[in-house]
Design a binder for this molecule. Structure first.
Ligand code: SME
Length: 150
């Protein structure tokens, strides 16, 4: 489990004063990815058009480039505006497997200061049931601290 208070302070310090979204996403993806061995793919899918997500900065193996809101765990997070905490991706209808090794997944909607959905934040793990509600809450707070001020 990452030391979320330390991770949050590090992310806030590294991103302080920055308003470029891609630079912010790259920094968050890097710091979160390297904070915990459970995190095997960590990155963003950006809202680029009506009902469409496109890949943003990430860490890990290649990710699929486009995800419509109608597909996958990421699409479900974007469509519903709700965090998706998936203990077993094989049990999630329509899961998109960018890597056959993925067993569990956490996807969190990312909103700007106006409350608009700008992206989803996706973490894959090769471990089953890797994520907890605490992970979701702490990572959501870190994302809000960075993107909620844009
Ligand atoms: N598993 C995601 C797709 C993105 S890859 O995991 C990086 C989904 O089902 O939306």
């Amino acid at each position: 489990m990452p030391a979320y208070s330390t991770l949050s302070q590090t992310v806030q310090s590294l991103t302080d004063g920055e308003d470029d979204v891609i630079a912010l996403m790259a920094t968050v993806a890097c710091e979160v990815h390297h904070s915990d061995a459970r995190f095997d793919w960590t990155g963003f899918y950006r809202v680029t058009g009506p009902e469409m997500l496109k890949i943003g900065p990430y860490q890990g193996g290649h990710g699929c480039l486009h995800i419509p809101f109608s597909r996958g765990v990421c699409g479900a997070a974007a469509r519903t505006g709700q965090t998706q905490l998936v203990a077993d991706v094989d049990a999630f209808p329509g899961h998109i497997a960018c890597a056959t090794s993925t067993r569990s997944e956490l996807v969190i909607p990312v909103r700007n200061g106006a409350g608009e959905l700008i992206a989803v934040f996706d973490i894959d793990s090769d471990q089953p049931s890797a994520f907890t509600e605490h992970d979701a809450e702490q990572l959501d707070a870190i994302l809000t601290g960075v993107f909620g001020r844009l």
